[in-house]
Design a binder for this molecule. Structure first.
Ligand code: FE
Ligand code: FE
Ligand code: MG
Length: 167
């Protein structure tokens, strides 16, 4: 751990590490939810949606990399077990039990909305107190916002297609 780097943080570092680990846990759950969803998906537009789910899986994993690096930099330990992921995550894991495209999209939209709230809270907690974490949270938040919009626009296309097809 870098001592001066830790010293300049204006909030309790243990509390910050807890917030970072919660976000870290949720990224692994999001990663797996996307990764598995892309494998089991069924229904109209499944190839286009699976491509997006796979891309998002990769991006969630990159968020976990950013978070684990920051946790270690601050002298913390990233959540050590998969059991810890569900225990710590503010966003629940939604198993893709029903593989229909619309169901998977809705589950992942809810996940993104939870992620957006998580990074907004991390930014509020670090604003003017820890610029490095604040900046990282902003980078991730920008991507979660993009994820939500990507999925909602696919959901809209799917609805249009199903409506038109029914006529
Ligand atoms: Fe993420
Ligand atoms: Fe995301
Ligand atoms: Mg995308």
């Amino acid at each position: 751990m870098g001592t001066k780097g830790r010293e300049i943080i204006g909030i309790n570092v243990d509390q910050l590490l807890d917030l970072l680990n919660r976000a870290y846990a949720s990224e692994w759950l999001a990663y797996y939810q996307y990764w598995l969803g892309a494998k089991v998906i069924k229904g109209p537009m499944k190839d286009a949606v699976a491509a997006e789910l796979n891309l998002h899986a990769t991006e969630e994993l990159a968020h976990a990399v950013l978070l684990s690096n920051r946790i270690i930099q601050l002298g913390g330990t990233p959540v050590l077990t998969p059991q810890g992921w569900s225990k710590m995550s503010p966003c629940k894991y939604d198993a893709p039990k029903d593989p229909y495209v619309a169901v998977l999209l809705d589950q992942n939209i809810a996940g993104e909305q939870c992620a957006i709230a998580t990074y907004k809270a991390l930014m509020d907690a670090t604003k003017d107190k820890d610029m490095v974490t604040f900046n990282m949270a902003l980078t991730i938040l920008e991507q979660e916002i993009e994820h939500e919009e990507d999925l909602q626009s696919l959901r809209e296309d799917l609805d249009l297609m199903v409506q038109r097809g029914a006529k």
